[in-house]
Structures are given as C-alpha cells and as structure tokens.
Design a protein around this ligand. Structure first.
Ligand code: ADP
Length: 267
C-alpha cells in the first residue's frame, strides 16, 4: 500500500498526478490519495470577503485560524471543488475513485482544539473559536471495504472530532496517520518544491536523504508550512512506515519519480 498526499499550493499539476496514479492503479498497485487545497481556499475566502488568517504558534508552526465561516469555506473548496475535481480526473482515466472527507464515516478522528496560542505583534495571545485538531484515529475498516470492492479512496480534511464536530486538520499529518494505520510501504508528500531544501528557495540545495532516526533534526531547515511535512514524516517513520518521500508534483510522473528516489527520501 502506498499513501500519496498531494498538496494544495500553486503550481501543482493534478493532471500529472492523476495520470501517474491511474497508470499504477490499473497495473494492480494499491494506493490511497490524500489531497490539500490551501491555495484555492485562500482565493475563494478572499472572493467571499472572509480572507484567511494565519497564526504562528510560540514554537513556530503556522496554521489557518478556522472559525466557523472559514470551516465552511474550507469544506466548499476541499470537499467540493478540489475533491470532486480529482475524482472526475480519475473517473475519466478509468479509475473508480470515491472522494470522501475525514468526517465521512469518521475516517479521520481527533480531538477538537477550540483555542490556539498565537504570537501577534511579539505577544502570545489565546484565540478562541478555532475548529482545528490533529488526527489521532483512522477508520481503516471503511477504507478496507472500499479497497476490497475495487474503489480508490480520495481523502481530504476536515476530520471529525470525537463529538462529531468538523475540525480542520493538517493534511500531511493526516496522511502520515493513515500510512501508519494501513502499515503502508511508503508515504509520498508531494508539493510544489523538489523536496526539502537546505537553503529554501534555492532548488539546488535539495536534501536527498534523511536517516529515519534524525528527521526531527531537519525541522530547522523547514520554514512555515514545510515544518508540518517534516513532522508528518517523523510521525510516519516512528509509526513503522519504511519510506517517506518529499516529492515534486509540478510535472512529469510525480509518483513514479518519487518512488524511484527523486526528492528527499526519509528512510
Ligand atoms: P502543500 O499545500 O503543497 O502541501 P505547503 O504550502 O504546505 O505545501 O508546503 C510547501 C511549501 O513549504 C513550499 O511551497 C515552500 O514554499 C515552503 N518551504 C518552506 N521551507 C522549505 C524548505 N526548506 N524546503 C522546501 N520548501 C519549503
């Protein structure tokens, strides 16, 4: 089993990802796709007059502050436009894909975090009314049902809280939890960069290999949202996934290239 997470940043070629995925699926490989949608969510939120608000925690992690209205816009884009766009591409390529959010059948479950500590103007503030959380449980039963019946699951945040409330969760870490739960052979985290860069944005500074035991030491190279990918990779390898690869989804055959060792390989 291979878990592929494709991000939501500008420049990602979803056609290339889907063509590669469909070819491998038709050849008999079992895969699950998890996707993001942050770039499009930002555009739609601006257009709807409710622009995104990003907050940085005291430990330096950036996340989207998700009030109820933001959550609804987030769902429109992730579960609607992005998810159905990918499912449609796969259907046209002859793959019977099923698009679900983590809320559906509680595929992704976690604790609802209602408040977030954020650094603003040099001060730490507590912001309430946040609909976020972290995936702690994965309902593999539903996924096994789908895979057993020949469907390719296409998954997206939000997740469900234990009380059944929709929560915004990080897609990379959700994909990591999924890869651990399914005992996947590999987790691919595909984005709009060649991999983890030692001197971002210099693409020639690509880090090719990270020993599984040292992943957290590489957190220092990652800025803002890339930190979550490194954290997800650490969680996946600690949970028994043998290989995590940060790969490039801008062109070519993103999945095949990553599995052949392009990008940053954590193992
Ligand atoms: P996605 O939505 O595609 O999953 P994110 O926007 O969450 O991607 O994270 C990828 C982004 O992280 C890159 O587009 C890049 O701007 C940023 N980044 C920060 N530090 C690094 C780094 N050291 N190497 C590569 N990318 C980095």
């Amino acid at each position: 089993m291979i878990v592929v997470k494709v991000g939501g940043s500008a420049g990602i070629d979803y056609d290339a990802v889907c063509v590669d995925l469909a070819g491998r699926w038709r050849a008999g490989e079992r895969l699950i796709l998890v996707h993001g949608g942050s770039g499009e969510t930002n555009r739609v939120a601006e257009a709807l007059g409710h622009p995104p608000r990003f907050v940085t925690s005291p430990s330096g992690y950036t996340s989207r502050f998700t009030d109820r209205q933001t959550l609804e816009i987030f769902e429109m884009v992730y579960c609607g436009k992005m998810n159905k766009g990918i499912v449609e591409r796969l259907q046209r390529l002859g793959v019977n894909a099923v698009g679900l959010s983590g809320l559906d059948g509680r595929i992704f479950e976690g604790r609802h975090k209602d408040s977030v500590r954020a650094v603003e103007n040099g001060k730490v503030k507590v912001l309430r009314g946040d609909h976020t959380g972290t995936v702690e449980r994965v309902n593999t039963g539903l996924l096994d049902l789908l895979l057993g019946a020949g469907y390719l699951p296409v998954l997206t945040p939000p997740a469900s809280s234990y009380d059944g409330v929709a929560i915004n969760v990080d897609g990379d870490r959700a994909a990591a939890a999924l890869a651990v739960a399914l005992k996947a052979d590999a987790l691919l985290l595909l984005s709009n960069v060649p991999g983890l860069l030692r001197a971002y944005p210099d693409e020639s500074s690509l880090i090719r290999q990270i020993p599984a035991n040292d992943v957290e030491q590489y957190l220092d190279f990652a800025q803002d949202r890339m930190k979550k990918k490194v954290l997800g990779a650490a969680e996946a390898v600690q949970g028994g996934v043998r290989r995590v690869i940060f790969g490039d989804a801008r062109a070519g055959q993103p999945i095949t290239a990553a599995l052949n060792g392009a990008g940053t390989v954590v193992s």
